[in-house]
Ligand binder design. Sequence first.
Ligand code: PRX
Length: 679
Amino acid sequence: MADKGEGVYMPHDHIRENSHVSSIEQYHKMYKESVENPEAFWGKIAENFYWKSQCTGKFWEYNYDVRQGEIFIKWMAGATTNVCYNCLDHNIEKGLGDSVAFYWEGNYPGDASQITYNELLKEVCKCANVLINKGVKKGDRVAIYMPMIVELVVAMLACARIGAVHSIVFGGFSADSLAGRILDSKSSVLITADGVYRGEKMLNLKDISDTAIQECQDAGFTVTSCIVVRHLGEKREPGAGGDVEHHPPKRPCIKLQTKWHNDRDCWWHDLMADASDQFEPVWLDAEDPLFMLYTSGSTGKPKGVLHTQAGYMLYAATTTKYVFDYKPGEIYWCTADIGWITGHSYITYGPMLNGATSVIFEGMPLWPDAGRMWEIVDKYKVSKFYTAPTAIRTLMKFGEDYVKKHSRKSLKVLGTVGEPINPEAWLWYYNVIGDKRCSIVDTYWQTETGGHVLTPLPGATPAKPGSATLPFFGQVPAVVNENGEELDGPCEGYLVLKQPWPGQMRTVYGDHQRFERTYFQKFPGYYLTGDGCIRDKDGYYWITGRTDDTMNVSGHLLSTAEIESALIEHSAVAEAAVVSYPHSIKGECVYCFVTLKEGKLFNDALVGELKGKVRQKIGPIAVPEYIQNAPGLPKTRSGKIMRRVLRKIARNQQDLGDISTMADSSVVEVLFQNRPKNV
Ligand code: PRX
């Protein structure tokens, strides 16, 4: 993308010439068809996939208006297919059986493996048989709490093959969070691993799983099977010998801390050894569920976002193809964890549906040093690379030397996702990582949307640093004001989507009313993203951040209410209010105000305990950066906490705006005085 001045970066010729969409005119033409005639557009794409039987009714159908009755979205209802079959068997039939599906790169440099499409199919069939033997049937939920290893993909695809609904919980969540998700989804089978190293830090996943299973038991729900991948192996005394041959020399061993429950716990490798490598897929309706994935909401309880078969398949595949301009033979790498939606859509499903060869990385960007990512790029000749702004900002801090040590000349498209990217980080990504010859794609989307919503296409869209640019095919964004009126031209307001697209979530698992309330109530007739945005004179969209009580820390969406309820569980806390605060690496961080009970003392020990409470209830990602003593909180006369005012106090901005509705304005001065010294 050559600089056209005014911060507009045009696609470079070498990228444009070979790309699927090679001009902005071609984008506009395809876009027009996608929104004016979705059936023709997606119908043509559907021809590339395998359908056991064709769609019998309407190709798409929906109600977006709560005033007209229940909200529903359906694509290709009546058609039957299997997403796992399309990821594996269908590609193998096309001759891709011996291609590498995944290069696995372990935490320890030198600990690596690879698996072809043929090999992966066998593993998936074995795992499907294992699950069936454990009593899992179509529609049952299976919880997965695993590190970034190939067995995680095997487990997901095995669920998809038998029609079970996988519910993956990010390996960084605490036992309490895992238990909450198992209980909500009623998953009686849990797949995990003994443990994993991330950098030099070990996470004992089996121990955490045991605690979570016990919590479920205490709440009256039994996890009947816990299948454990032996990833780190058993620690043995020197010279003791034994069954450790499977163990790569570089990977440290651990000893499980918790008891092995013979009636419930089983080793993955034992079950897989006895299982057949043949399994006929279960043919599923287009609208049967494929997976659920929890995301933070405005209220404390995470929402189980439910995605279905056909629509998600079409959307994950199509966005991967166009947004990364993926072509057969290229090496693709998304650094996200599969425990988040980015990993679902852009490590497993989207790339595999394109027959891609991808990298799965278990480790982290800074270990053993800040050059690890570029070392991996060179090792596998990665051309399409996808990461988060927070990772880019972290690496920026370490300087260019770690980057320049590696050639990176295979790179062509550099993607970002998860939070707004500041222009400074965008430019560093473009100039330093991409050597001014790659396309940057800033992709805006959500767990709920299943795939990209606003994004440039690498060979077509002139980019502006900090803008997610234009809608992807099938997306009809609009900007509305507080009264729900659509704004024209350049404007700022709430970002809504006017028309369904195939990859859209269908419901909140077990709570359809919450789905309607959260996304369709505020502005009837529109899907509410919950993000604010600016549309500029060129029709480009610039996301300004969340407009509800969630915040985005290092690209992870957190609920203020969930953190508050963790804090309130501490015996010293009477009341808590949480707001976001700007952070140079994480984008935003967690800032808490706590009101203590009579006679309780605010000191460093208490701050440590409160942080520990959040870590225990949610996980390390939610641990507050700042906790401040708040003898009183600013509230309206009806008792509602005025977070708007708290955000200003956190930022030390004295101009509080209209505070006429505040019950007792004297609390404000005390709060300004009590701001933590380290802010
Ligand atoms: O606020 C937006 C932000 O992340 C939210 C979605 O979070 P989650 O469901 O966890 O999914 C993250 C990965 C898709 C959005 O509502 N967000 C995501 N991507 C961007 C972004 N904000 C600005 N620019 C982006 N590219």
